[in-house]
Design a protein around this ligand. Sequence first.
Ligand code: BES
Ligand code: MN
Ligand code: ZN
Length: 508
Amino acid sequence: MQTRLSRDTHSEHTTPLLAIPLFRDDALPGRRHPALDRLTGGLLERALESRDFEGREEQELLLYVRGGEGLEAGPQRLLLLGAGKRDDAEADLMRRLAGRTVRRAESLRITGVSLALPQDLPDGLAPKAAVQAAAEGLVLAAWNFRELHSPATGQDERDPVRVMEGALLVEADDPALEEARRVGSAFAEGQNLARDLQSRPGNVATPSHLAEVALGLADRFGLGATILGPAEMEAEEMGALLSVARGSDEEPRLIVLEHRGGKEGERPLALVGKGLTFDSGGISIKPASGMEDMKFDMSGGAAVLGAMHAIGALGLPVNVVGVGPSSENLINGSANKPGDIVRARSGKTIEIINTDAEGRLILADALSWVIDHHRPAAVVDCATLTGACVVALGHHAAAVLGTDEALVEELRTAGDRASERCWPLPLWKPYRKQLESTFADLRNVGGRPAGTITAAWFLSEFTGETSWAHLDIAGTAYGESELPYRRSKGAFGFPTRLLLEWVRGRAG
Ligand code: BES
Ligand code: MN
Ligand code: ZN
C-alpha cells in the first residue's frame, strides 16, 4: 500500500471512494455540509434528517456522487464514517477509520481509497498523531497473508482485492504532516513484515528462514548483520539456548541486526525477541488442541525484525541492535528432559523442571550475549513467554516488568501512543524464592502462582546491572480481533509499534 497526502477539497479530489468521518455533533439534523450536499444532491441532508445516520462509530453510509459535467473529476462515491463523540477521539480512532475505509473498498473491489481527516479534531488528538495513525491504519488494514494460497486467477469473485493506494486529505500545508505520514507508513510496513513472519508456519519460518529475512533487511537498509549458528553458540558457551535447540533437527540461529543512526560510540538500544519457531513443549508436551498456534511462538522475534525494518527505512537517528534467538522446541533423543541441568552462557546453572519453559532459556543466553557484546544503554525484550500472562491481562494488554522503573514507565506510555498497551506487574524480591533449586543455581519454572512474574525474574538473572524491561506478549501477539485494521483472526505484529514508539521517543 502506497500512502500520500493530498490537499484537495472534497469535490475536486478524484477517487473511486472518499471516506469522510463525521462526529456525532456533525451528524445532527440541521447541521449544514454545503459541499457534501452539493456533491450528493442533498442526500446527506436527508440522511441526517432521517436520523438513520447519527455519527455513531458502528455506522456507515455510502452515497453516490451526483453526475454532471466533468464526470471524470471528483470522487465517485462518498463513504460517511460515524466517528463517535468528538471528545472521545484519540489516535486509535484514526486507525479504525482508515481500516473501515479499506474494508469497504475491498468489498466494493476498489484498489485505491481516500480518507479525509476529520474537521476540528479535539485537543487530545494532534493533527500529526492523527495523520500518523491514519497512515498506519491504511497500511495495516491492507495487509493480507495470501502467499500460501494458490494464486488468484482474477476470475473468481471470492479472490480478495488488495487495496494498493491510500490518500489522506488534509487541510494544512505543514511539512510535519508529511513526516507523520512517512513515519506511520513505515511503522505499519514494519508491523506487516512481523505479521508475515508470524503467519508463516513452522515448516516455512524456521530459524534459518528468519536469519535469511534478517540478512535481506540488512542488505536493503544498510544494517550490520551477524548470524550465530550452533558452532558459534558452542564457542560462546550458550548452553541454555543450545539445550533447547538440540531437541530438533532444525539448527538454531542467533540473529543480530545493527542500525547505526546515532553518534559513533553512543551506546545502543537493544531489542530482543523470542524467536521460537514452533513450541511443542518438548518432553513436557503440550495438549494437541490448539498446538498449531505455537507457530506464533516467534512473535517477539518477528516484532523485533519488523521494528528493525522500520528503523532502517526511516533512518532514525539512534543506534539500535535487534536480537532474535531462534530455535524450535521439539522432541528427539537429545531433547531436554525434566531434571536436566544446563549451564547458561553467563555461567549460571539451570535445572530444567519443565521443558515447556524454553523461551526463558533461549532468552537468557541472548540477553547476556547482547549485554556483553554491545553494552546497550537499555534492553527491552518481548516474548510470548507465559500462559499466565493471558490469564492475568487477557488479550488487551501485554505485561511489562523490569529492573528499571523509569524504563517500564517509558514503555507503558509508548504503548499508549501506539495503542499497543502494556501494564506493569511487580518484580518484587519475595517472588524470587520460587526459582530456588536444590541441585542448581535456579530452576526454570516457579510453580503456578504468578507465572509471569517468576518468568521475568528468571530473565532478570541474566541482565545484570543493565537497564532492562520485558514485555510478555503471550495474550496480545496474535488471536482474534474486532479491530478493522487487523484481520479477524491471525497475526497482529504486536508489539512492533510499541517498540518503535519507544525507540523514536529515545531518538528525541
Ligand atoms: N510459548 C509458551 C507460552 C504461551 C502460552 C504463549 C500460550 C502463547 C500462548 C511458553 O513457552 C510456555 O510454554 N510457557 C509455559 C511455562 C510453564 C511451563 C512454566 C506456560 O505458560 O504454560
Ligand atoms: Mn513452551
Ligand atoms: Zn514457548
